[in-house]
Design a protein around this ligand. Structure first.
Ligand SMILES: [Fe+2]
Length: 499
């Protein structure tokens, strides 16, 4: 009789996506397997968690982790990739390293500070400065950003922190969003600044990419502090989701005195704190990009959204494609414990299309691709705000808290092309870059990173976008936690790859 040895894994494969990587590497030449297209010459800069602890304190939520930048200098002419990773030297990070604690309230972890300090922070709007959402090229320098008034500037090559930038200067706001748009036609950034009071005020503004100076377009105030992570942009409108889920500001202030956090204050506005559904409508605000005025508020059934794929005008409707969740559990369920567990209860986000009538009536919704999916990207420089054909997504399989496949969704014929890496491996946000001179929308590459749990390392993977098949990969010497957003900046191309 043969005995079959079954390896008992203490942790599921996806758990490594939530483990700290302390090691910082600078300028490491990676071995490239395969052949990079010779026109792929540029820099992939990605942001995301690096460290999930502050001294003895385990950070509770995915969004709490200290930001680590990952840089890949890609040169398709020489078929080389050089890798650098480095923590962002925020004040939050410095405090965690030097004092072994949590400096300010993180989304899901309270600060290790006396109650009076917490109260002062909550009353004065003292926000964290740990910028783990993405990167933006402002004024010629790379800046790591999150939902904070502070952006942290880094050197694009070494990723060393070089300075800080107050992103709210001239805006009279508490913070700006971590997903600014760049409108290549008008050569301007477009973003929302947010102020909390009894409700919330959104300030639509543009920012000159060279001078970094903001110009306020307009402001809109809502009675409730609904949460907004990103918005969509057409030539005419900023399309802002006003969801029935957000912050109970009273709980936020009183919670700050005790052990409360931002996420403890997340509520639905109908049923109160800790509800899991809402009977109250959501809506989309169509803000005029010239005046900032609300052209129309289009009611919609309740939904929660982090990320928009794209939006465009279609006759007397505005079409908005996004990843929609049922409710606020899309935020509150993303604790590190839950995500790293063998049977994670990951909220399901579907790729959906909303149609917003400009005259009257409610938003209609069509599910395009059932999730869990996230990180929707398009040919951003060419298709922002326009009819487009392809959306790229990262999709989870059942039982995994991290994506296990990439999906290319064809909006013309509603077909999909998928790529799944071998073994236990988790591909990140797929960034599309069109080949120079290519007329067709999917002629180009997808640049992404894949966390290979079997090999215990992360690798850069470049795929042919048409076939969605890898053409080159470059393994890093170590594993990185699963990341959030990035940009691929092709040399000589001032337009980045996503919102
Ligand atoms: Fe995001």
């Amino acid at each position: 009789m043969s005995v079959r040895h079954v390896a008992v894994s203490v942790q599921p494969g996806h758990a490594v996506g939530f483990e700290t990587q302390q090691e910082e590497l600078a300028g490491v030449a990676l071995t490239v397997e395969g052949t990079l297209p010779d026109w792929v010459v540029g820099r992939l800069l990605r942001n995301g968690p690096g460290q999930f602890t502050a001294g003895e304190t385990e950070l509770r939520h995915w969004f709490d982790a200290y930001a680590m930048l990952r840089g890949f200098r890609i040169d398709g002419r020489a078929n080389t990739v050089t890798y650098t990773n480095r923590f962002v030297r925020s004040e939050d990070f410095r405090y965690a390293r030097e004092e072994g604690g949590v400096r300010r309230m993180l989304p899901g972890t309270p600060p290790d500070r006396p109650a009076w300090t917490r109260l002062r922070h909550s009353l004065t709007g003292a926000f964290q400065d740990n910028p783990s959402i993405g990167v933006v090229n402002v004024g010629g320098s790379i800046t790591a950003i999150t939902e904070s008034p502070t952006g942290i500037r880094v050197d694009a090559e070494t990723l060393e922190t070089t300075g800080r930038r107050d992103l709210t200067t001239g805006l009279e706001a508490d913070f700006t969003l971590g997903h600014p748009h760049y409108d290549p036609g008008r050569e301007t950034f477009v973003n929302l600044a947010v102020s909390y009071g009894r409700g919330v005020t959104y300030t639509l503004f543009e920012r000159d990419p060279q001078t970094t100076k903001p110009t306020v377009i307009g402001r809109v105030s809502l009675d409730d502090a609904s949460y907004v992570h990103s918005f969509a942009l057409t030539d005419e409108f900023a399309v802002v989701p006003a969801i029935p889920f957000g912050l109970d500001t009273t709980t936020l202030v009183t919670g700050a005195l005790g052990d409360g956090t931002f996420l403890d204050a997340v509520t639905n506005f109908e049923d109160g704190i800790g509800g899991t559904t809402s009977t109250r409508d959501g809506s989309f605000l169509l803000l005029d990009r010239e005046t900032g005025e609300v052209v129309r508020e289009v009611p919609a059934d309740p939904f929660f959204v982090y990320h928009h794929a794209n939006a465009f005008r279609d006759g007397d409707e505005v079409v908005v494609d996004l990843i929609a969740y049922e409710d606020e559990r899309a935020m509150t369920k993303l604790t590190v414990d839950e995500l790293a567990s063998p049977d994670p209860g990951v909220p399901q986000g579907d790729f959906v299309r909303y149609r917003l009538p400009l005259e009257e009536g409610r938003a209609t919704r069509e599910t395009l691709y059932e999730g869990q999916v996230e990180f929707p990207t398009v040919d951003y420089p060419a298709k922002l705000g326009e009819q487009y054909r392809y959306c790229y997504l990262a999709a989870n399989d059942d039982g995994s808290s991290l994506p296990t496949r990439l999906v290319k969704y064809d909006l013309h014929d509603r077909s999909t092309t998928e790529w799944e890496p071998d073994g236990t491996a988790f591909p990140g946000e797929p960034l599309f870059e069109r080949a120079p001179g290519a007329d067709e929308e999917d002629v180009g590459v997808i640049v992404t990173t894949v966390l290979d749990a079997d090999a215990d390392r992360t690798e850069l993977v470049v795929l042919d976008a048409r076939e969605l098949q890898p053409v080159a990969r470059a393994p890093c010497p170590h594993r990185l936690p699963f990341g959030f957003h990035g940009q691929f900046y092709r040399d000589g191309n001032r337009v980045r790859s996503m919102a």
